[in-house]
Design a protein around this ligand. Structure first.
Ligand SMILES: [Zn+2]
Length: 345
């Protein structure tokens, strides 16, 4: 039976309040058995896109089945010691991000960490969060807590917010129940000006009020605090090629989709300033693999790929990643936007 979702119209841009233009008309949920037809609108000026109509707050839980990606026990970061690859990773996390691994003393790693793709792929393990002694980190939408579990081991004082009860319970087992809040951000009663870092990792696109969320983050951050966001890039090569079949459109769970410029507009509209921003090809294979199945079959049952993938499928996926990675050096066409922002002085 199809799940019925209550909605409200969502015609206006959250930044400039102007009427959105139609990008896609009458899309359906290509992963799960949710009812409804959804348009994607965009704002030419602010370069953001959003879903219309939008599910009402009390119905958003219905959009996520128990086997949704955030509820899978993932995010386990391998312990870092031993072989050469791990030593390279440890060196970069030490030189670039300040973590106290037993790093090689060769300056080569310091040099390597200045290359965006190296910083991107290796820094991902700690979500590009530079080490801070006794630092406080808030992860909004922490899922099952894999990321904060590792950050806690690396010396951070962590707090995770997760509205999904099942995922929050797993996170509590991992990091301790006192560090996990199973409530909405605005109902969390967190201490203002108390966090060094706030992370929103593939969460920003799921928020119905992204600007309001940023305003709350701004209050929670210390004066020198930072915010880290990663989210799909609607200006990616994948979206140009796959259009309405591009997997990260993911209606009706992705309420907003951003270009690098659009994400910057959001950040700057709330007195935060962008410190670093780049687009990444890290998830390009996943985006290609899933989008091509949606294009061929019209859906991706339960959001999962058929296994095993054919050799030709794997070959085209690799080719796509190589091409996108080369293009991404010159134009920001990677599948993900990564942004680090801080409070304006
Ligand atoms: Zn706008």
């Amino acid at each position: 039976m199809k799940t019925f979702i209550k909605t409200v119209p969502n015609k206006y841009c959250q930044i400039c309040k102007k009427n959105g233009l139609i990008l896609y008309f009458s899309l359906s949920d290509k992963f799960f058995n949710n009812s409804g037809r959804w348009n994607i609108l965009y704002c030419k000026k602010c370069k953001i896109s959003w879903i219309d109509p939008i599910p009402i707050n009390s119905d958003t839980g219905k959009l996520y089945p128990a086997n949704y990606r955030t509820n899978i026990n993932n995010g386990k970061i391998k312990r870092i010691f031993g072989n050469i690859k791990d030593r390279i990773v440890a060196s970069i996390l030490c030189y670039k991000f300040g973590y106290q691994y037993s790093a090689d003393s060769l300056g080569l790693w310091n040099l390597l960490s200045k290359i965006t793709i190296v910083k991107d792929y290796i820094g991902r393990r700690i979500s590009w969060v530079e080490f801070k002694k006794n630092g406080k980190l808030l992860d909004i939408g922490c899922g099952t807590g894999g990321f904060i579990e590792e950050m806690k081991k690396l010396g951070w004082n962590v707090t995770g917010i997760e509205i999904d009860k099942k995922a929050a319970n797993i996170a509590k087992l991992r990091v301790g129940s006192e560090f996990i809040i199973n409530r909405q951000l605005k109902e969390s009663n967190l201490l203002e000006a108390s966090y060094d870092v706030i992370t929103l990792l593939h969460v920003f696109e799921h928020l119905s009020q992204p600007i309001d969320t940023l305003k709350i983050c701004l209050k929670l951050l210390k004066p020198d605090g930072k915010i880290v966001i990663n989210t799909p890039n609607i200006n990616s090569l994948g979206h140009i090629l796959f259009k309405k079949n591009w997997m990260p459109l993911e209606v009706p769970r992705h309420f907003f989709l951003y270009s690098p410029k659009g994400l910057r507009e959001c950040i700057e509209s709330v007195n935060l300033e962008v410190q670093e921003m780049w687009t990444s090809t890290y998830i390009s294979n996943f985006v290609w693999n899933t989008s091509i199945i949606i294009k061929r079959r019209g859906n991706l049952t339960n959001g999962r790929l058929p296994e095993p993938l054919s050799l030709s499928h794997k070959a085209t996926s690799l080719l796509f990643k190589i091409i996108e990675t080369i293009l991404n050096i010159f134009v920001p066409v990677g599948e993900e936007v990564i942004l680090i922002a801080k409070k304006k002085c």
